[in-house]
Write a protein that binds this ligand. Structure first.
Ligand code: FAD
Length: 394
């Protein structure tokens, strides 16, 4: 029997780690261990579009989760620095899908969103009426519109959550890498860190370490995830104002405003893992992404890249086959949360799910949506929209 140092130790101060710390803070003694700085994570460098779309990507509707997400972002104040910028989001649905399997999923999704506030399916004519001349709708039957969507500054978000959690007693130790989990029989009872001689003991360990989650928990599970990297870019149009058009995606590209009124877009490539991400940015990938923007937005004119604002996620992002996270107690004392395509947007929902997993409390949605059991045990390949094979020059 060991004496615990904390109720909960959280590994990783990305969007999931910080939001979970904040959620647990009122009733738990929490320590967050982060191997880098708050600004290094995938979360800190995300475009940070906040939308239900991140739930619907895998054509899954999680009743109860959408309201929670929007309530959180409209109420969250943090320390005053954080701001939620309303900006509608559209996922365009191509005409040619009508006779095929994905279209049945689209039809099912249309039905399942009927009772959700703020989400609707608009025909191409309705979209044209709302945003006259803005979108190239020639090959689309319409699109899912999220009128409650928005965009945030991810660093402000992380900082605001960290500071608020600290005010509530949470301790953050930055530049402190967790090297392994400490077990006692079948239970995880703490973590070893890079510099300390002694383990840190806790009732529960939450591993929210992004691409490193799988390594840390490999003794207990083989997580059904692929890893990809985003090369992102900030750009301007000499004709279109980012405020005037919605954030928009088709199955190839997503483009929308950032909090500073520029556009942001990117290209995504599969990688084997963090160690296989090359140091150089394939500019041609970004250029080809930019070439597709006129397929979505009319009269975009010349695309001007802000050279100092291109971004390559240093270690990558993990994703499950349905793009929703796995949130699971893998063994007594060990909870894992990983694999969401949009974990910045979903962080309030993920934090609530982790907290309920630890405390046995209630959530307004079923935790089954995030259980690992929803996948076959032999998931070896993940195939999702947007992410491409890495080019030869990689
Ligand atoms: C360019 C770009 C655009 C994106 N756009 C969006 C978007 O618009 N909306 C959206 O919701 N999402 C977006 N994403 C995806 C989003 O960033 C990820 O889903 C999210 O960041 C995952 O959060 P996380 O907390 O799981 O992991 P991370 O943010 O990766 O955080 C994990 C943290 O754990 C730390 N860590 C790892 N190993 C250890 C260890 N052993 N010990 C201690 N600490 C450790 C890491 O240093 C890191 O800080 C985007 C990502 C990128 C790169």
């Amino acid at each position: 029997m060991v004496t615990k140092d904390f109720d909960v130790v959280i590994v990783g101060a990305g969007a999931i780690g910080c939001s979970t710390a904040l959620e647990l803070a009122p009733d738990h003694d929490v320590l967050v261990l982060e191997k880098g700085l708050l600004t290094n994570s995938a979360s800190a460098n995300a475009s940070a579009f906040i939308s239900d779309w991140w739930l619907f990507l895998g054509r899954k509707h999680v009743p109860g989760a959408t309201d929670m997400l929007h309530e959180f972002f409209s109420d969250f104040d943090g320390t005053g620095e954080f701001e939620y910028h309303d900006h509608p989001y559209i996922e365009l649905v191509a005409e040619e899908k009508t006779a095929s399997q994905p279209d049945q999923e689209v039809e099912a999704l249309k039905e399942s969103i009927e009772d959700i506030d703020g989400i609707s399916f608009n025909t191409a004519t309705e979209l044209e009426d709302r945003w006259p001349g803005a979108l190239d709708l020639t090959s689309y039957e319409g699109g899912f519109v999220d009128d409650r969507a928005g965009v945030i500054d991810p660093v402000h978000y992380l900082r605001a959550m960290k500071e608020q959690a600290e005010e509530m007693g949470v301790e953050f130790r930055m530049q402190t890498e967790v090297t392994e989990l400490v077990s006692d029989g079948n239970s995880v009872v703490g973590v070893e860190t890079e510099h300390a001689d002694e383990p840190i003991y806790a009732d529960d360990v939450v591993v929210a370490a992004g691409v490193h989650t799988d390594d840390l928990v490999s003794e207990f599970a083989d997580l059904p995830m692929g890893t990809f990297v985003i090369y992102g870019a900030t750009l301007q149009s000499n004709t279109v104002s980012a405020e005037a058009v919605p954030t928009v995606s088709n199955d190839q590209l997503m483009v929308g405003p950032d909090v500073r009124g520029n556009f942001t877009t990117g290209i995504e490539y599969w990688v084997d893992g963090p160690e296989s991400i090359p140091p150089n940015l394939p500019q041609e990938g970004l250029l080809s992404a930019a070439e597709h923007i006129p397929d979505l937005l009319n009269d975009f004119g010349d695309v001007l890249f802000l050279e100092d604002q291109t971004y390559k996620c240093p270690e990558g992002i993990t994703v499950t086959p349905d793009q929703l996270p796995v949130i699971e107690e893998l063994t007594d004392g060990l909870v894992v949360a990983d694999g969401s395509r949009g974990a910045v947007a979903l962080s309030p929902v993920i934090a609530a799910a982790i907290t309920a997993t630890i405390t046995g409390g209630e959530t307004p949605f079923s935790l089954d949506h995030f259980s690992m059991d929803r996948f076959d045990s032999d998931v070896s390949e993940v195939d999702i929209p947007f992410v491409e094979e890495a080019p030869q020059s990689f």
